[in-house]
Design a protein around this ligand. Structure first.
Ligand code: TRP
Length: 362
């Protein structure tokens, strides 16, 4: 077997530069190549907020604009860790329509549904899960946080424990080079990289180790009250589904800052305004108002009006596009079907290589 042979060879050479050459050679012989340049997964668990748009969708759309063809998938298996399957199913098509309406172009990007390749995903999950211990999984910080927040190991469901392994299976099946993630997913990425390395070390260089493409966190806060903008606090969040009146009321009730003072709330509103603004002149208007505010002028009313106008324009356009996309009931299913075809081909290619190294077949 090629990798066993290499191992023997390695023992014979003591000169480190020769050793290096051999390792490089070994890689070239057996390592699979990266297949997907950028992979991103979304959990279909509810309506998106503008924070989801600016934090998760914009980076993908920007990469696409730079000529990268991202692969986007709907992580419905991950979503059932803490949601009813019927709820999850309800959001699958909606979230795909959201992504397309927000600029992910199915002609450039591939979009697939995780459970459309469930056989491949769960097979690799099982093969990877053998290489990490229960104790190690219990130490993954995200799990520890979740357990602290609403459960303990006695009541937490076991899918939560497997969550990072399932995520590793998504990434490694695709042989993704870069995975854009926020800070909350860094620990999961570490598990993926660890599993890839362990598997490679044990069986031969199968998996190209993925890189984290860290998306700078935007710190978008709730419009009102404590914490981040999130679905769990709907009154402080701007949903992409909000109607224009609702948005105006939410912004009206938003907390800002006293004249001359900058605080995190106002900084967050500025990020929303600039992120959603369609034109440079709108962004300049924001800057001008903020400048006046910093010099002590009472302009927060004016700022709220501008923010409302910007958000309403953005949502109006988005909602129109989404309505157009969902008007044809066959469109989203056809996008997912095409995406699944490509994802399955890649996944099977990866699994064939995995089986080859596991069972030493050709
Ligand atoms: N865990 C990710 C989240 O909660 C979703 C996800 C699942 C994912 N599998 C992935 C993201 C693979 C990137 C790559 O947002």
């Amino acid at each position: 077997m090629p990798h066993n042979l290499d191992k023997n060879k390695k023992k014979c050479y003591t000169n480190s530069s020769t050793l290096k050459n051999i390792q490089i050679q070994k890689k070239e012989v057996t390592a699979m190549k990266y297949k997907v340049e950028v992979l991103t997964g979304i959990r279909p668990t509810g309506d998106l907020t503008v924070a989801n748009y600016l934090g998760a969708v914009v980076p993908v759309v920007e990469l696409q604009a730079q000529g990268v063809s991202p692969v986007v998938f709907v992580a419905d298996l991950h979503a059932i860790t803490d949601n009813e399957p019927t709820t999850v199913r309800q959001y699958i098509h909606s979230v795909v329509a959201d992504y397309i309406a927000l600029g992910v172009d199915p002609k450039k990007a591939k979009i697939y549904l995780q459970s459309d390749i469930a056989g491949e995903v769960t097979t690799l999950t099982a093969l990877l899960a053998r290489h990490i211990s229960v104790a190690e999984l219990l130490r993954v910080p995200t799990l520890k946080d979740k357990l602290k927040a609403n459960a303990n190991p006695k009541t937490a469901n076991a899918l939560l424990l497997l969550y990072p392994v399932l995520m590793a299976a998504d990434i490694l099946l695709n042989r993704a080079r870069k995975v854009p993630v926020g800070e909350d997913q860094l620990a999961h990425m570490e598990v993926t990289r660890l599993l890839a390395r362990r598997f490679n070390k044990r069986y031969g260089e199968v998996f190209p180790v993925p890189e984290v493409l860290q998306v700078k966190s935007l710190r978008l806060l709730s419009l009102k009250g404590e914490g981040k903008m999130s679905k769990t606090n709907p009154r402080g969040a701007i949903f992409l589904t909000d109607d224009l009146k609702t948005v105006a009321n939410k912004i009206k009730a938003a907390e800002t800052a006293f004249e001359g003072i900058m605080n995190e709330k106002l900084e967050s509103h500025i990020l929303v305004a600039k992120g959603l603004a369609k034109t440079e002149s709108e962004r300049e208007e924001v800057d001008a108002i903020i400048k006046a505010h910093k010099s002590g002028k009472p302009v927060m009313g004016q700022f709220k009006q501008l923010l409302t106008r910007i958000v309403q324009n953005f949502l109006g356009e988005f909602q129109e596009k989404k309505a157009e996309i969902v008007r044809d009931p066959f469109y989203i299913p056809s996008v997912l079907k095409e995406g699944a075809k490509v994802a399955r081909e890649n996944a099977i290619e990866t699994l064939e290589e995995v089986e080859r190294v596991l069972y030493h077949t050709q």
